[in-house]
Each structure stands twice: as structure tokens, then as C-alpha cells.
Design a binder for this molecule. Structure first.
Ligand code: FES
Length: 167
């Protein structure tokens, strides 16, 4: 083998090695660009375990999802059964975005209705508008249910059924 051939082989192998390293680095870069950031996933979802939050019937709690208040009410047996309820086992729940559908204030729970202090609007325990200027019921957020766990931000059959029942 001549000296010239060895030199060419060496240059060829060097070029191949540089190309392989560059190609691998590009693939890593592309994967990072395409993958959703973990923080984006974490920011988009809120999980609520209804069995672990000590929810008392008739006393709603407020959670936060994507910066919005989310009302979760376990209904008492006295409260009207509604097609738009979330039913898990023998319990019925109202789940709704806690922003008044008039101009977006946060209504407060008073005994058995949500009252909006801004212009006097009211929503019953189903989240339906019953008084004042709100033009429509409280909005149902997208969520899915696994056992007693709600995952807000993931559109599941339960939230879709609630939205249809309210329409
Ligand atoms: S914002 Fe609630 S009644 Fe106007």
C-alpha cells in the first residue's frame, strides 16, 4: 500500500467521523426542539384526587388550573340531580371554571348558590345562571377522570358529556 493511499484512507475516515458526530448532534438538537418541555406539560395540567381533598358535601373548594379558578362541589343529597353532574360512584359533583360568564369576576359560594359581587349575578349548584346579567352557565373545563382523579387540561368523555348536558 502506498503512502498516498494511507493518507487518503485517513482523511476519509476522519471526514466520516466528523460527519457522524455532527449528525448525532443534529439529531439531539432536533429531538429537543420537537419534544414539549416538561414545564409546559406540568403547567397545562392540574390533577385533583377527589378522595384526598376532604371535600364536604355542599361546601365547594376552589383549585387553580392554567391561572383560572376551578370550582368543585360535591352535591348534597338535597341538591337537584342534574344531567350535567359529574357522577362518580354514588356521589355527584359540579365542576366548573369559577369565572362569571358576564364579565369574568369570581363568584363566591353563599349557602347554596354562587353569587357574583360585581353585578349581582347568581349561579345555582349546577353552575346554571339563575339571576342577573350572566348570559350562560359557568363553563366546564376540559378534564378526564380516572377513578377519583380528575386531570384538568385533558379532554375526557366526562367533561364532554357535561358540556353536552348543559347545552
Ligand atoms: S361579572 Fe358577574 S354579574 Fe357581572
Amino acid at each position: 500500500m502506498s503512502k498516498e493511499t494511507n493518507r487518503r484512507d485517513f482523511l476519509g475516515m476522519s471526514f466520516a467521523a466528523v460527519a457522524a458526530v455532527g449528525g448525532a448532534a443534529s439529531l439531539v438538537g432536533m429531538k429537543q426542539a420537537w419534544d414539549p418541555l416538561p414545564s409546559v406539560l406540568a403547567a397545562g395540567y392540574t390533577t385533583i384526587d377527589l378522595a384526598a381533598i376532604d371535600l364536604k358535601p355542599g361546601k365547594p373548594q376552589t383549585f387553580k388550573w392554567r391561572g383560572k379558578p376551578i370550582f368543585v362541589l360535591e352535591k348534597t343529597t338535597d341538591m337537584e340531580k342534574f344531567d350535567g353532574d359529574l357522577v362518580i360512584g354514588d356521589k355527584r359533583y359540579t365542576v366548573a371554571i369559577g369565572l362569571c360568564t358576564h364579565l369574568g369576576c369570581i363568584p363566591a359560594w353563599k349557602k347554596d348558590v354562587w353569587k357574583c359581587a360585581c353585578h349581582g349575578g347568581e349561579f345555582n349548584a349546577n353552575g346554571q345562571e339563575t339571576f342577573g346579567p350572566p348570559p350562560k352557565p359557568l363553563i366546564i373545563p376540559p378534564f378526564k377522570v380516572e377513578g377519583t382523579i380528575l386531570t384538568l387540561g385533558e379532554d375526557g368523555p366526562e367533561s364532554k358529556a357535561m358540556i353536552v348536558a348543559r347545552a
